[in-house]
Design a protein around this ligand. Sequence first.
Ligand code: ZN
Length: 229
Amino acid sequence: MLAHATAFIDLLFPRLCQACSCHLLRHEQLICQRCQYRLPRTAFHDMAGNPVERLFYGRYQPAAVTSFLYFTKAGIVQQALHNLKYNGAKEVGLYLGTRFGEELKASERFATIDAVVPVPLHWKKQRLRGYNQSDLIAQGIAQGLGTSLRRDLLRRGLDTTTQTKKGRLERWENVAEAFLPSDQRLPGRKLLLVDDVLTTGATLEACARALEKVCGQPVYMATLACAVR
Ligand SMILES: [Zn+2]
């Protein structure tokens, strides 16, 4: 009887893979086993001078930068991130963030992080979406690393919602003043700044410059996906 009821619920509300949209098997959660194996991991964590670190050359020197997955158009990572960002699939952020955090805990450069700090979303966007996707990823990473999440160290200043159509320089000027550090001082703490996707790095750079005032040293950066090869 119970099996029938479960089958009936599955028919009404099919459980789909958040990455490839196939029907999930009973033992699968969120992301099907096939996609789990196919996740395009970067293996950047302990690689000094990796492609995401090179993005910041000549602009800003972070302590270390890494990304969990490669972002490709029409790929499974794009689909999972789209569901996280626009379809309310919050568990995807927590789940992938936790897997990422577990990898970081096993790495040399990121294992001793003291606190995880999400890139704050502008309050207007957060009100519209109801949540901050970077915060969910950061929650997962903090859990995987076994360390704390600190939302109070960085906040958003000016509105930067119209930045997508601007050039790189203009975009940088637009975000440069958009993040403000808290008055707290945590000298020597290793802070890990977290965002969803790394593209130009302008947002992360602006956040890192503000966050550096809190810890007094270069910050670490991690994004769930990166758009570099
Ligand atoms: Zn799948």
